[in-house]
Design a protein around this ligand. Structure first.
Ligand code: ZN
Length: 175
């Protein structure tokens, strides 16, 4: 039975990243290349984004600085989120995207992956245009068969025992 039929996230090849919380910030261990190759990576101020994914929530940021030359106090949502606005360098604020959906802006069928790729090939790498978000998100589609630019998709999440604590915890399925 396919992953799409069961509604479960597809099995990935890697192991979930080990995550520790230090002073409210997630620090992950990425042991992809064995113990000697483990490196430690802090999500810093973007921790709410990664934590949100594991809770089935998609969090973006927007600039609300009235003196921002571009946003003028009413910025659009950015994904992946930025801690600080690239235009005025002030902290951005978090906002949850309710029931995120969008359409396929472009796609690539990946038949062979590079070293460390955890998504089984072949798979579709997709760029998604989400309503209300000014950026285009690069992610992956769960499911096979022909797809077309413009196809509707909705967000899905790797939560609980399926969580990887990485950007892979957001994926998309056909709406
Ligand atoms: Zn700004």
């Amino acid at each position: 039975m396919s992953d799409v039929m069961t509604g479960q996230p597809m099995a990935l090849k890697g192991k979930p990243a080990v995550v520790r919380e230090v002073a409210g910030v997630w620090v992950i261990e990425v042991p992809r290349f064995g113990p000697e190759g483990t490196h430690y990576h802090s999500y810093g101020q973007l921790t709410p984004y990664f934590k949100g994914l594991t809770e089935g929530r998609l969090l973006a940021t927007r600039c609300v600085n009235p003196r921002c030359p571009i946003a003028k106090g009413a910025g659009e949502l950015w994904l992946p989120p930025r801690a600080d606005c690239p235009d005025c360098h002030q902290p951005m604020v978090w906002a949850e995207i309710e029931q995120p959906s969008g359409y396929i802006y472009s796609y690539t069928l990946v038949e062979r992956g590079g070293t460390g790729l955890e998504i089984p090939c072949p798979y579709y790498q997709i760029d998604v245009k989400i309503e209300g978000v000014c950026t285009i998100v690069k992610s992956y589609l769960q499911g096979s068969g022909p797809i077309r630019i413009g196809d509707r998709v909705k967000a899905a999440f790797r939560t609980g025992p399926h969580a990887t604590h990485t950007a892979l915890d957001l994926y998309w399925v056909r709406a």
